[in-house]
Design a protein around this ligand. Structure first.
Ligand SMILES: Nc1ncnc2c1ncn2[C@@H]1O[C@H](COP(=O)(O)OP(=O)(O)O)[C@@H](O)[C@H]1O
Ligand SMILES: [Mg+2]
Length: 288
């Protein structure tokens, strides 16, 4: 199903493969991280100063329109920190982001809002990502409030449309989070991310907290979003099989840095780095 404001699917009919990915990366990226670094801590009182932890270290990353980019790496490698910076929830300590080729000054509220309008996030734990006191419909509606041209009737219609899109009955909008299963809540989280019609959705381990039996439903929904075209997805996961099934391009992170990147199939079938090879082997052992 197509949403109002979606651009036509740029490459929806083309097969997955390296050549198309190269062509995309060469065109102007929709969103680009440029030498982005994020440090934590390092402050402290006189005499107790510790070195800062560098969670993301000088990462440059273009995201093309309609592209699905996977981010993989061991726990603590900086995936979530990078993901949060891409949607403006966290500011880089150094480097910057460019949206449609224009540098953003994330110290300015106007630029942060511009990014947040374009890029939305889906979190790992859907239960804690949703306000328990609000109806889920109100949560899905929230990103639309205050947008030009989105009066209450239009917002309500949009909520109903989004619930249908993620496979839930519109009546569910009147219920509270505790009335849903994890898989349903994650689909509601995806509806909320889509509600203000973003160009980019960043999903941070969106199925890791779910039972295996419901993971498949959420992944099927993501595959649908991907096939709809128009939307760029960033999919953070340690599940390499899922990344391979879903993503065009993948970056491999280790200790805050990108150690390998390329077309998804190429990287996962013929990794250049030992670290990537180890991740793949660990995933195989886990699956066996
Ligand atoms: N808010 C924070 N304050 C301090 N350290 C943090 C914070 N967020 C993440 N870190 C640290 O940054 C590193 C990268 O974390 P994270 O981005 O969550 O990695 P991943 O998502 O790959 O597991 C870890 O060492 C983590 O402990
Ligand atoms: Mg994480």
């Amino acid at each position: 199903m197509r949403l109002p404001g979606d651009s036509p699917p740029p490459h929806a009919e083309e097969p997955k493969g390296g050549r198309r990915v190269e062509a995309r990366a060469a065109s102007s990226p929709l969103l680009e991280a440029r030498a982005v670094t994020r440090r934590f801590g390092g402050g402290g009182w006189f005499g107790t100063k510790r070195p800062a932890l560098v969670a993301v270290d000088n990462v440059s990353l273009p995201l093309g329109p309609g592209e699905t980019l996977g981010i993989v790496g061991e726990s603590g490698s900086g995936k979530s920190t990078l993901a949060r910076m891409l949607v403006g929830l966290l500011q880089p300590s150094a480097g910057d982001l460019a949206l449609d080729g224009e540098a953003l000054d994330l110290g300015r509220g106007a630029d942060r809002r511009r990014l947040q309008r374009r890029a939305q996030m889906v979190f790992q734990d859907p239960a804690s990502a949703m306000n328990p006191r609000k109806t889920v419909g109100a949560s899905v509606e929230a990103p639309m409030i205050g947008l030009k041209g989105w009066d209450a009737p239009r917002r309500k219609a949009r909520v109903a449309e989004l619930f249908a899109r993620v496979g839930l009955a519109p009546e569910h909008a009147a219920r509270h989070p505790h009335e849903f299963s994890g898989g349903q809540l994650q689909r509601i989280g995806i509806a909320r991310a889509l509600s203000a019609d973003p160009r980019i959705v960043v999903l941070d381990e969106p199925v890791s907290a779910l039972d295996v039996s419901v993971q498949a439903q959420v992944l099927a929904l993501l595959r649908e979003l991907r096939a709809g075209g128009g939307l760029s997805l960033v999919f953070v996961s340690h599940d390499l099989a899922v990344v391979e099934a879903l993503c065009d391009r993948v970056v491999v992170m280790r200790r805050g840095r990108v150690v390998e990147e390329g077309a998804c199939r190429a990287v996962l079938s013929a990794p250049r780095e030992d670290y990537t090879r180890e991740l793949i082997q660990a995933a195989r052992r886990f699956a066996a």
